[in-house]
Design a protein around this ligand. Structure first.
Ligand code: ARG
Length: 589
């Protein structure tokens, strides 16, 4: 399939042939091309080549310049500094390249599919059963979803796994309480809302906890329940299932609010690996990767020590025979590698679990489950902070309810949308819809626009601000183009490569050209914040372009068409880029 390439690909080819024409041994060498502020592109690969050939780099560069066929693509090439090449692209090439992309019906905007896609199993959006979701779960869901979209866009096979916390001793207490108060999870209506489900669970949890702490006999019965649960007693399991189902109603309602698609078959919680736990431990013990220490099955590491200097092991089986978080994760690795045939395992999990994953991955490597062909990576994220710079809590010091937080974001955004609604001509229904897209977009963008591993401040005022690096700024940029296209009347977008470009048009065009490289890099490094930065820059260049270049009032009909084409391609790129971040771009705003 012939795909539309970027200008950098053409320049790269021109340079490579000029290089090998100058210096035969340079055939296949990388000219090390990059986008630059000084010229459109800069190549600095000649330095290393000159060193190897024991030649003077500036002289070699001058010879290469003579070999570069100035023509269709490269308008000008100059030697700069110690032997760099500064390259200026012809206006015609910029427009032609973008025009090919515009005409390409696949809508890929120049982004190629991976030649050899692998299979990535991504572990994200993993809340815990019978517990309220918190902002950490929000981050995992938002970042994970963006990475899923990005990987799938580049052609990677992606398997999603929501490793929900659905197993553990706390269920003994909950199930026993439910058994003694059988109607606690009943619903008034057939249609249960997520909020209702959560408040049911919350109430039940508090009641069960209260009884557990105050009633010794209940405590004993609850402990017996844990044993029944682990032994697979059918009645106990059925009640456990009720908690899982009730929690899922709640999870799905939050994910829906987040405008995010989560599929039930992809929810494979901790309990999904129960059947593998004993084997996992046996394999680790037999291979000597894990050893018994004070009755527990442990894995030790040279570089993991406690404050007392003693090694801190990863415990795969407790001395009472119980399995914990690590045994489950090690079993999940076996499942993902051997059954799902993953080539990459990705975990979108709080940075505070970094030591856990370091030990789990190292254990799996020692066991031979992970190796150079099958790699695991934790995409660790930082903490969400309040305006005061401390971990995000309510005034009363409780964790903030995710639903409330999202509702508030939508409410604020709706007010922002409403202010301009009359001017734009929005119906009440459009105001509500856009309020959702802007509010949820704001929350996602704030999360995705800083590097994941850094902490960030949750500041709704800033998030829905029309100025600055916010999603709503990008959404407005998109909607403004749509408004111009609507007002264009008879005039339609059409590329005119014969036209000379104004500086603001060149800058916009060259940045548009960079979309493919950006997406590939961002997908390869799991760094959605770089896509956010790219899009923000794109919107800013569009603003500058408007200031300097009238669109509908341009001098000639050809210029009007060419500028309509430029802004339309910019809008498409904004739309696609935002979609990869999980953010919608309303047509009217
Ligand atoms: N449920 C866990 C939590 O809330 C996150 C699970 C992360 N994934 C994993 N495979 N351990 O902290």
């Amino acid at each position: 399939m012939a795909s539309v390439t970027s200008l950098s690909d053409s320049v790269q080819q021109h340079l490579a042939s000029a290089l090998s024409a100058t210096l035969p041994e340079a055939a296949g060498a990388d000219p090390l091309l990059r986008r630059s502020d000084r010229a459109d592109f800069q190549a600095n690969g000649i330095l290393a080549l000159a060193k190897k050939a024991k030649a003077n780099p500036r002289e070699l560069a001058t010879q290469v310049v003579a070999q570069v066929a100035a023509g269709d693509v490269i308008k000008d090439v100059e030697v700069s500094g110690p032997g760099f090449l500064n390259i200026t692209i012809a206006d015609r090439a910029i427009t032609e390249n973008l025009a090919a992309r515009y005409a390409d019906e696949t809508g890929r905007l120049g982004v190629p599919y991976a030649a050899h896609p692998g299979t990535t199993v991504i572990d994200y959006a993993q809340p815990n059963v019978a517990k309220e979701m918190h902002v950490g779960h929000l981050r995992s869901a938002v970042i994970g979803d963006a990475v899923v979209q990005l990987l799938e866009f580049t052609g990677e096979n992606v398997v999603r796994r929501h490793h929900i916390g659905d197993w553990g001793t706390q269920f003994g207490m909950l199930i026993q309480y439910l058994d003694e108060h059988p109607h606690e999870l009943d619903h008034k209506d057939a249609q249960v809302t997520g909020e209702e489900a959560m408040s049911n669970l919350d109430r039940l949890y508090k009641a069960a906890r209260g009884k557990f702490d105050s009633d010794e006999e209940f405590k004993t019965r609850a402990r017996r329940r844990v044993v029944d649960l682990q032994a697979g007693d059918p009645q106990t399991l059925a009640m456990w299932q009720k908690f899982v189902d009730e929690s899922k109603i709640y999870f799905f309602s939050v994910f829906e609010k987040l405008d995010m698609e989560i599929q039930d078959p992809d929810i494979v919680g901790e309990s999904g690996y129960n059947d593998m736990l004993a084997d996992t431990c046996r394999m680790l013990e037999e291979s000597g990767v894990a050893v018994r220490s004070e009755g527990a099955l442990c894995v030790f590491f040279e570089d993991v020590k406690g404050p007392d200097g003693k090694p801190v092991p990863l415990i795969v089986q407790k001395s009472d025979g119980g399995y914990g978080y690590a045994a489950t994760d090690l079993s999940a690795i076996r499942d993902r590698v051997f059954n799902l045939k993953a080539s990459t395992l990705l975990y979108v999990v709080d940075a505070r679990q970094a030591l856990h994953f370091k030990m789990v991955f190292e254990t799996a490597r020692r066991a031979g489950w992970l190796n150079d062909d099958v790699k695991a990576h934790q995409l660790a994220f930082g903490t969400v902070l309040g305006k005061d710079g401390k971990p995000f809590k309510t005034r009363a010091g409780e964790t903030v309810k995710l639903q409330d937080l999202l509702d508030e974001a939508v409410e604020r955004a709706t007010a922002v949308v409403r202010e301009k609604a009359e001017k734009v001509g929005l119906t009440e229904q459009e105001i509500t819809e856009n309020g959702r897209y802007v509010g949820i977009g704001a929350v996602k963008y704030a999360d995705l626009s800083t590097s994941a591993v850094r902490d960030y401040k949750f500041d709704l005022d800033q998030m829905v601000s029309l100025n600055g690096d916010t999603s709503v700024y990008l959404q407005y940029a998109y909607a403004r183009v749509q408004s111009i296209l609507r007002k264009a009347g008879e005039a339609r977008p059409a590329a005119h490569p014969e036209l000379e470009l104004a500086p603001a048009e060149r800058a916009l065009g060259l940045h548009l050209d960079q979309f493919a490289e950006t997406v590939l890099e961002v997908a390869a490094d799991y760094e959605p914040h770089k896509l956010a930065a790219y899009l923000y820059q794109l919107a800013s260049l569009l603003t500058t372009f408007y200031d300097q270049c009238p669109v509908l009032k341009a001098d000639t009909a050809e210029q009007v068409e060419n500028r309509l084409f430029l802004v339309d391609l910019t809008a498409r790129t904004l739309h696609q880029g935002m979609a990869l971040l999980g953010i919608r771009t309303p047509e009217k705003l």
